[in-house]
Design a protein around this ligand. Structure first.
Ligand code: ZN
Length: 104
């Protein structure tokens, strides 16, 4: 299992969940009701989260989430050194092979 997405806005989290359901990607929501019942916890420790049941879906799911929230970005697109794939600037890892961008 792997965490895909977390946001304080529960609506956004549900939007992502719904999108993944449409695409047939197995996922579930964690901490859905954490806000409002957070007690002593930092809000950042209990944001509603979308988790993937199967890690293999992570690259694809990341791409869908990115498209869902696509907006003008100051981040530069980058090319993966390992597989040559072009990645959106908001990607922390290559969506195809999972490699981190080189900052050199
Ligand atoms: Zn790559």
């Amino acid at each position: 299992m792997v965490r895909l997405f977390a946001h304080e806005d529960r609506f956004l989290v549900w939007q992502v969940k719904q999108l993944l359901d449409e695409k047939g990607i197995p996922c579930f929501i964690k901490n859905e009701y954490a806000i409002g019942a957070m007690g002593d916890l930092s809000p950042f420790d209990c944001l509603p989260e979308v988790w993937l049941t199967d890690d293999e879906w992570l690259p694809k799911a990341t791409e869908f989430v990115y498209r869902l929230h696509e907006q003008p970005s100051l981040l530069q697109d980058w090319f993966c050194r390992q597989c040559g794939e072009e990645n959106a600037g908001s990607f922390e890892l290559c969506w195809r092979c999972g490699r981190e961008p080189s900052h050199s």
